[in-house]
Design a protein around this ligand. Structure first.
Ligand code: ADP
Length: 355
């Protein structure tokens, strides 16, 4: 291959830029030209007025400096049209017109579905996992996950300075739509006492009882780590937050509607009523979890996966995704990888909630 492309798709993740730099370095080593495709699959559709806004030749000296930057230099965006087979054929025609012979897709499972569809149209693709949630079953780690965990761990430690000083319970919401990995690892690394994840149902009264017993035993700064997906997945045993809170705080009830779903703030507010003396406060960490330069695990995986992706294309191997298994970087067919069921570490979950 003389010219290959790279794009980032799905949510941005620290390490995406480092992976692009690694791809650029190894492409240069094999005398391949590298084209950066902008805004995920949108760039393949040539929607913008100027071609440079959709595709850009990535010269090594342009990209070297972005390796340690979070976010993605290539930008990322949803591309709903890409679900349409005619649109994908148009994308492949554009790639051929640009003389791009293979594509490296950095993203999550949605992006990998897109890559698989392009392979079916004869465009060789390799996937590199880039998503902080770590929700891809085939790999132990995806780009951004370790960095997000490090940010969460540092943040919980900072929040705890105040929790400890004021004897307050902290509720900290971290990312993770369907996957509680960030929450689980953050809870484990910070010694947090209560973990709520989308993979397990939870019961508000049990949580309140546990906080009460922790406080009775002298742990007055207990920490609850909750994954954002918990509130969207409704994996909670019946608890009508509106009914409970509006009965105790009518002013709050006037400002909220009866279908008010539970979130971190209402969870903390409910705990304040449910547990005598519990001054629970909530913090939603939000986008800062994606905002750090990649930590060593992500930077190293970016280096190895970028190099391997280019080598696979050079060797004529396609329709593969790269991942980590038993601590080693490996590759496997996209289709098989996407067919695997996620595993949740119930033992660690139980341990965190028991200690
Ligand atoms: P992630 O890659 O992080 O899972 P998304 O689910 O938002 O993120 O997917 C990113 C993009 O991948 C979508 O906007 C779309 O362009 C493409 N995509 C997702 N699912 C498919 C699919 N089944 N077929 C083709 N392309 C898809």
């Amino acid at each position: 291959m003389h010219r290959i492309g790279v794009l980032t798709s799905g949510g941005d993740a620290p390490g995406m830029n480092a992976a692009v730099v690694s791809v650029a370095r190894f492409a240069a080593l094999y005398d391949m030209e590298l084209v950066g495709i902008k805004r995920g699959y949108n760039g393949l559709l040539r929607k913008r007025k100027h071609i440079e806004d959709d595709m850009e030749i990535l010269a090594l000296d342009t990209v070297l400096d972005i390796a340690d930057q979070p976010g993605t230099y290539l930008r990322t965006a949803r591309c709903i049209e890409f679900l349409n087979p005619d649109v994908r054929e148009f994308a492949v025609r554009n790639l051929r017109e640009m003389e791009i012979e293979g594509l490296i897709v950095i993203g999550g499972d949605g992006s990998f579905n897109g890559a698989m569809a392009l392979c079916n149209l004869g465009m060789p693709c390799i996937g590199i996992p880039g998503t902080i949630d770590n929700d891809l079953a085939y790999t132990e780690r995806s780009l951004g996950y370790d960095t997000a965990v490090n940010v969460c761990v540092n943040s919980v430690r900072m929040i705890r300075a105040t929790s400890r000083s004021h004897d307050r319970v902290a509720v900290v919401e971290v990312m993770g739509r369907n996957c509680g990995d960030i929450a689980l690892r953050t809870a484990m690394c910070t010694g947090s006492e209560i973990l709520i994840v989308p993979e397990q149902t939870f019961n508000m009264y049990q949580i309140a009882n546990r906080i009460e017993s922790l406080m009775r035993d002298g742990d007055t700064r207990a920490t609850v780590i909750v994954a954002e997906g918990v509130f969207q997945n409704q994996n909670m045993e019946p608890f009508d937050a509106y009914e409970y809170l509006s009965a105790r705080d009518p002013e709050w009830g006037k400002k909220h509607s009866p279908n008010q779903p539970l979130d971190s703030h209402t969870l903390a507010k409910a705990l304040r009523y449910m547990v005598p003396g519990c001054e629970a406060r909530s913090t939603v960490l939000g986008y800062i979890q994606r905002g750090s330069a990649p930590y060593a695990e992500d930077a190293a995986f970016a280096f190895e996966s970028g190099a391997l992706a280019v080598k696979l294309l050079k060797d004529g191997i396609q329709e593969q995704v790269i991942g980590v298994r038993n601590g080693k970087v490996f590759f496997m067919p996209i289709r098989e990888a996407l067919g695997l069921k996620p595993k949740f570490d119930k033992n660690l979950y139980d341990l965190i909630n028991a200690l």
